[in-house]
Design a protein around this ligand. Structure first.
Ligand code: SAM
Length: 388
């Protein structure tokens, strides 16, 4: 048998296994069934949320997290993707960082990582959620909508912001929506996070705000390292280029010749893996964007006070499509060897099948009393090494 026919038969078998929904569009009954199943299984959950008085915005945010047939659609492009994505890192720790897209009828490679969605999904594990340089708080309100009123009764959102106007909007909208959110004045050059209670696992994150400050103060990290409860910090900032010490040295000296030389390579090295680093470094020099965050991270990492849990460098995403200023996502845990107070309670408690009283909170749901366990600090990826 000719090779091309063998190949076709092989692929047709693979397709039977991979794409059971492929022909759904030709069969109305099948389409209806698939939606009956997909939406049907959501109804009870939605009713429970309605009884709790959740907003429609929250319910839509939850529904959006499980779109119909998404996996099947991703697989359809599988063979083409393999061809088109060769040369790109298809997977990084099991996550696909690039995906196949199309524009003007042609296949293109697209980024496949949304740092804000990643952050949103991990908020369940934290009691306090803090954005540094929060602007008018839209990321935080988005998190609040995603968590919903019920989960927000056990959590608090903080927007630390440089501009008075941003702080005012956060507080004004927070009060209007009766959301547990508060805005405070904050400056990366004179940081003060003392308003954030040290009463449970806390997630701090920054999204495109450190970028605006040429040199941020190391004291921010000192204050984070002193916290008694588990503390996670995530930066989504255009700082990936700072992992190259030679570029940092040139940037600290404001070595104009170095950066002008980089600019001459800008167009010739467009396809190189360092294209993103080069452009972000040039941008930092050109508009005086941040140049010292990575040195703080490295300092605290060396001292054993911080662990990098996960890093993804130099990408664009929905909220930053500027390829000349690509973000990097760096997820860190402070004092990784510190025993969390929650764990300490568990260790000290006598052996019993009952959970310790301190770890039970009673909540009323639909007239029934439900026991929920205080959430243990959950490290999403504990030992992912930094990519260099
Ligand atoms: C591009 S906006 C990003 C706002 C928000 N984080 C977002 O994701 O849309 C930059 C933010 O950085 C803040 N910022 C600028 N300089 C700052 C400083 N020294 N300390 C803290 N925030 C600062 C600005 O006030 C502004 O809200």
């Amino acid at each position: 048998m000719a090779d091309w026919l063998k190949d076709t038969i092989f692929k047709s078998k693979e397709m039977k296994g991979l794409y059971p929904h492929e022909k759904a569009g030709n069969d109305g009954e099948y389409v209806k069934d698939s939606y009956e199943h997909h939406w049907g299984k959501k109804i009870e959950g939605l009713k429970a949320r309605m009884e709790r008085g959740e907003s429609v915005a929250h319910m839509m945010a939850v529904l959006r997290t499980s779109p119909h047939l998404i996996t099947a659609y991703n697989r359809v492009g599988g063979h083409i993707a393999k061809q088109k994505l060769s040369g790109f890192t298809e997977t990084h720790d099991g996550k696909s960082m690039s995906r196949l897209g199309m524009t003007e009828g042609r296949y293109v490679v697209m980024p496949n990582f949304d740092p804000l969605v990643n952050i949103k999904r991990m908020t369940n594990d934290f009691r306090n959620i803090v954005e540094l340089g929060a602007g008018p708080g839209w990321n935080l309100f988005d998190i609040g909508i995603y968590l919903g009123k019920h989960k927000l009764t056990k959590r608090f959102l903080f927007g630390l912001e440089y501009s008075d106007a941003g702080v005012e909007i956060i507080n004004m909208l927070g009060e209007h929506e009766k959301m547990p959110i508060k805005g405070y004045q904050f400056d990366y050059t004179k940081p003060d996070i003392s308003m954030i209670p040290d009463n449970g696992p806390t997630l701090f994150y920054s999204h495109l705000s450190i970028e605006q400050v040429e040199d941020i103060s190391r004291d921010l990290y000192n204050q984070l390292a002193k916290r008694k409860h588990p503390t996670k910090l995530i930066h989504v900032e255009p700082i990936g280029w700072q992992r190259y010490p030679d570029i940092v040295a040139a940037r600290m000296k404001n070595d104009d010749d170095f950066f002008k030389a980089l600019i001459t390579n800008r167009l010739t090295d467009l396809d190189a893996p360092h294209a993103g680093v080069m452009n972000a470094a040039i941008n930092s020099w050109r508009v005086k964007y941040n140049r010292n965050t990575m040195s703080h991270i490295q300092h605290f990492e060396k001292a054993g006070k911080l662990r990098i849990d996960y890093a993804h460098y130099d990408f664009t995403h929905n909220n930053n499509v500027n390829a000349a200023n690509p973000c990097s996502y760096i997820e860190m845990t402070f004092n990784p060897d510190q025993k969390s107070p929650v764990k300490a309670v568990k260790a000290a408690a006598p052996k019993t099948t009952k959970k310790p009283a301190s770890k039970r909170t009673k909540t009323k749901t639909s007239g029934k009393t439900k026991t929920t366990r205080a959430k243990k600090f959950n490290i999403i990826k504990s030992s992912t090494k930094k990519k260099t």
